[in-house]
Design a protein around this ligand. Sequence first.
Ligand SMILES: NC(=O)c1ccc[n+]([C@@H]2O[C@H](COP(=O)([O-])OP(=O)(O)OC[C@H]3O[C@@H](n4cnc5c(N)ncnc54)[C@H](O)[C@@H]3O)[C@@H](O)[C@H]2O)c1
Length: 291
Amino acid sequence: MFVFKAAVVGAGTMGGEIAQVIAAAGVPVVLKDIDQRFVDAGLAKAREVTQGQVAKLVAKERITAEQAEAQVETLLGRIQGTLAYEDLGDVDFVVEAVPEKMAIKQTVFSELDAATPGHAVLASNTSGLSITEIGDATSRPDKVVGFHFFWPASLMRLIEVVEGDETSPETAQAAAAFAQAIRRMPVRCGECPGFVVNRILMSLAAEMWRYQDESGVSAEAIDEYVADQKLAPMGPFRLADMTGLDTGLKVARDMVEAYGDRFYVHQGMEALVAAGHLGRKSGKGFYAYDG
Ligand SMILES: NC(=O)c1ccc[n+]([C@@H]2O[C@H](COP(=O)([O-])OP(=O)(O)OC[C@H]3O[C@@H](n4cnc5c(N)ncnc54)[C@H](O)[C@@H]3O)[C@@H](O)[C@H]2O)c1
């Protein structure tokens, strides 16, 4: 299946950058959210990422500053921000990136089922919810598939293509082909808690979260150690802030429920989320953020 036009639903931490990745591959994309503020924030993120990419080319003297500016405008011109489902009437592939809650996902998928052409693939960026259950909310569960990007989507090359019970082989194949078309590496996997990457990542993070709760060593000190030793680009507390504490907490809870105490829910993270501190997107998490 050729994707002439795509859509991204949810313009938050992931959605703006996912739209940027799709537009950078030359595919027109509609970016939908429920409030113009969020649409604008997603478009601003896409612009910021693109400006960063072309600035590197200018620094290497591969293109001029004028060409860079033109490239930014061309790419941004392929992203149409919207609040209306009517703008999804001619899309071939949708990536849903709304909050990690089954009730919200099912509502959005039933709306997408009504708003998009019958042939369109409806893909979810869920970090771990059941693709089968999400597909149950539609009349086309065979065309529902997981399409799991990693943060930051503009840099991370992997996409997990997750098959639910009803996902057809054609749909999984179409999703893997679209991943390649937008210059990503698809990894096909079955539906299980954590899929592949989070099952590994969360087991590593769990040890550090457990250690912090038990020892009282500061989150900052652990993050600094991890970054200084080059064990990872950033430590687990900074990463959790960047990716959203609500999302991280949900995934951690699901992993404990599925696999037991090999995984761990950090008490400090639970307290922050209960107080409405969700990391960078809300201005405060383990760290405080300006603007
Ligand atoms: N944050 C990460 O690092 C990360 C990584 C991979 C996958 N994911 C997954 O991506 C999805 C989105 O996560 P996020 O971190 O971007 O969340 P987020 O909270 O930053 O953004 C969600 C966006 O969805 C919008 N939204 C809510 N209801 C909507 C609706 N009915 N229609 C359209 N838009 C709606 C919100 O306004 C918000 O802008 C989740 O399933 C999450 O598990 C997140």
